[in-house]
Design a protein around this ligand. Structure first.
Ligand SMILES: Nc1ncnc2c1ncn2[C@@H]1O[C@H](COP(=O)(O)OP(=O)(O)OP(=O)(O)O)[C@@H](O)[C@H]1O
Ligand SMILES: Nc1nc(=O)c2ncn([C@H]3C[C@H](O)[C@@H](CO)O3)c2[nH]1
Length: 213
């Protein structure tokens, strides 16, 4: 087991991944690998017409994350340096299995495995589990214009897909440790004690992993 962990923060849209990953990177003084959102040319179009734009959008996310994680592997993981990201590569499949259909979905799956099977995978996932009401509130609060017309059913389904995906990782990748955070009750933005607790649990887990190396 590696001593220097690769940590990923995950959760459905608006769960607080970027916020928490940024706070932890600062607290632990480790580099942050962050999703590129603002420069994404397809997101706005995608939310207007999912069927029309899903393939371009999913491929765009996949290519960007592939490049980022390839660089992360070379720069940090190969040199045993800890790092935290605000996503797990697996989220590409969580989304694409919902948004793509037929031949496009089959082709995407093949490309996904070709590109990602040998990429570094996180040792620890911080999974922020939040319900529909919480996510809708945060998406509204964040005010990204293209997300305001998001179909509630899409988000509701995504919450279920995330639950399934985390359960599947827990079974199929037993070396990956998942810490689940109750995103409805734990407010690491407004409540300092909540953040301190998350950081302390994470540090303890990292310490335990080192002890068992
Ligand atoms: N625990 C929390 N309590 C209160 N507000 C929060 C919490 N976490 C995040 N927020 C707020 O919710 C909004 C969404 O957070 P953030 O952008 O970190 O989510 P995300 O999971 O990275 O989103 P995306 O899936 O779109 O990448 C932000 O305005 C953030 O300040
Ligand atoms: N379809 C689709 N596939 C992805 O892999 C993916 N990753 C993130 N997103 C959406 C959620 C936020 O609106 C916004 C920022 O996270 O982008 C995605 N949408």
């Amino acid at each position: 087991m590696k001593q220097t962990p690769f940590i990923a923060v995950e959760g459905a849209i608006g769960a607080g991944k970027t916020t928490l990953a940024t706070m932890l990177a600062q607290e632990m003084n480790i580099p942050l690998i962050k999703e590129i959102v603002e420069e994404n040319p397809f997101l706005g179009k995608f939310y207007e017409n999912i069927d029309e734009w899903s393939f371009q959008l999913e491929m765009f996310f996949l290519c960007n994350r592939y490049k980022q994680l390839e660089d992360t592997g070379l720069q940090y993981i190969a040199n045993h340096k800890p790092v935290i990201s605000d996503y797990h590569i697996y989220k590409n499949l969580i989304f694409s299995e919902r948004t793509l259909k037929g031949v496009q979905r089959d082709k995407y799956r093949q490309i996904y495995h070709l590109l990602t099977d040998d990429l570094p995978k996180p040792d620890i996932i911080l999974y922020i589990r939040a319900d529909l009401e919480t996510l809708l509130y945060r998406i509204k609060k964040r005010e990204r214009s293209f997300e305001q017309s998001m179909d509630t059913a899409y988000l509701e389904q995504l919450i279920l897909d995330y639950e399934e995906a985390m359960a599947s990782i827990a079974i199929n990748e037993p070396s990956t440790q998942i810490i689940t955070i109750d995103g409805n009750l734990i407010d690491f933005v407004e409540n300092k004690e909540h953040f301190v607790q998350i950081a302390s649990d994470l540090k303890e887990l990292i310490h335990e992993r080192i002890q068992h190396t």
